[in-house]
Write a protein that binds this ligand. Structure first.
Ligand SMILES: Nc1ncnc2c1ncn2[C@@H]1O[C@H](COP(=O)(O)OP(=O)(O)OP(=O)(O)O)[C@@H](O)[C@H]1O
Ligand SMILES: [Mg+2]
Length: 306
């Protein structure tokens, strides 16, 4: 594998992965790592229940772009609200919007383009990138399927509507999304069998469709080993001498489960390295609910791993 571009060097970051693997946590940590580098960052969640606000401790994130703290802008992009807004932004004035979007033929056309919502989200992301001069944009993708759809849409529309003002914009969007010097799709996974399988599927799909350049694999919630060879040998030795001691046997059960878990994790981390992407591992943080201090810790790991 040739040396990958450093994690923090690209302009547009899509954080993808299956539900619940930690996309929002990774997106927030990545945004913070970028801000620490002095970048002007837009962190976008896509029509999600607000997870960024609580994780970053910056109040509610909504459809209004807001500078939550110096250098860090937050927004929730809602596809329905974005649709008209994007058209107005790109077409510039309402009359043309009406002509194009409220025209019977156009409406019929749009029905045949199932990804219009994703297009408008892409449009907003692109518009933010160009108009507001954010040096970095981090998109917390909704889930694997939607994430890919979001990436693919600009190209689909650019191909389907090759003329007119919208076509010009979508073509530029598609170019940005596909440019390996500017864009990266990061795949978040867990050190568990199914999530790693899903990460392999996702990498295969992104590669097959060529929708966007792949970035890093982020293996989230890594426990890390407590038991080295010596400790495992000690466990076996103690087990051999535990006869009627119920309390000790119970503790040994727990320790052995942990050893098994660590073995499983080792196997799955190795499989994650087979994804063919540079890998960054993030530690499992033992907290009932992650908050700002945890995001800062993970941001440091991302900076070190990049
Ligand atoms: N490294 C970590 N250590 C401990 N807990 C974590 C870690 N990463 C994520 N979590 C927790 O796991 C849960 C899922 O994380 P998160 O919300 O980021 O996932 P997601 O992929 O964005 O989920 P969804 O698909 O629902 O948007 C959250 O409760 C979060 O606090
Ligand atoms: Mg999320």
């Amino acid at each position: 594998m040739s040396t990958p571009p450093p994690l923090l060097s690209r302009q547009l970051h899509y954080v993808c992965g299956k539900g619940g693997v930690g996309k929002s946590v990774v997106a927030c940590a990545l945004a913070r790592a970028l801000v620490r580098q002095g970048e002007r960052v837009l962190l976008a969640q896509v029509s999600a229940p607000d997870s960024h606000g609580p994780l970053l401790g910056v109040g509610v994130v909504n459809a209004e772009v807001r500078e939550a703290e110096p250098g860090l802008f937050v927004v929730d992009i809602d596809p329905h609200a974005a649709m008209k807004e994007y058209a107005l932004l790109t077409l510039k004035f309402e009359a043309l919007y009406r002509t194009v979007f409220e025209n019977r033929l156009t409406k019929a056309f749009l029905r045949f383009v199932p990804s219009m919502n994703e297009l408008t989200m892409q449009g907003k992301i692109w518009w933010h990138a160009v108009e507001h001069h954010y040096s970095r944009i981090v998109v917390d993708c909704p889930s694997t399927g939607h994430g890919i759809k979001l990436l693919r849409t600009a190209q689909v529309i650019a191909d389907a509507a090759p003329v007119g003002p919208l076509a010009e914009k979508t073509k530029k969007m598609a170019e940005l999304v596909r440019d390996p010097t500017r864009t990266a799709v990061h795949i978040v996974t867990l050190p568990e069998e199914l999530p790693v399988n899903e990460a392999h599927d996702l990498v295969a799909e992104v590669t097959r469709t060529g929708v966007a350049p792949l970035g890093y694999a982020v293996v989230n919630q890594v426990l890390g080993p407590l038991f080295d060879d010596q400790a495992r040998a000690a466990l076996t030795a103690v087990r051999a001498h535990t006869h009627d001691d119920v309390a000790l046997a119970h503790l040994l059960d727990v320790a052995e489960r942990r050893v098994e878990r660590e073995q499983h994790e080792r196997t799955q981390r190795a499989r994650a390295r087979d994804l063919g992407l540079p890998v960054i591992e993030l530690p499992y943080l033992l907290q009932p609910r992650l908050a700002r201090a945890d995001i800062e810790r993970l941001a440091s790991v991302l900076q070190e791993g990049a």
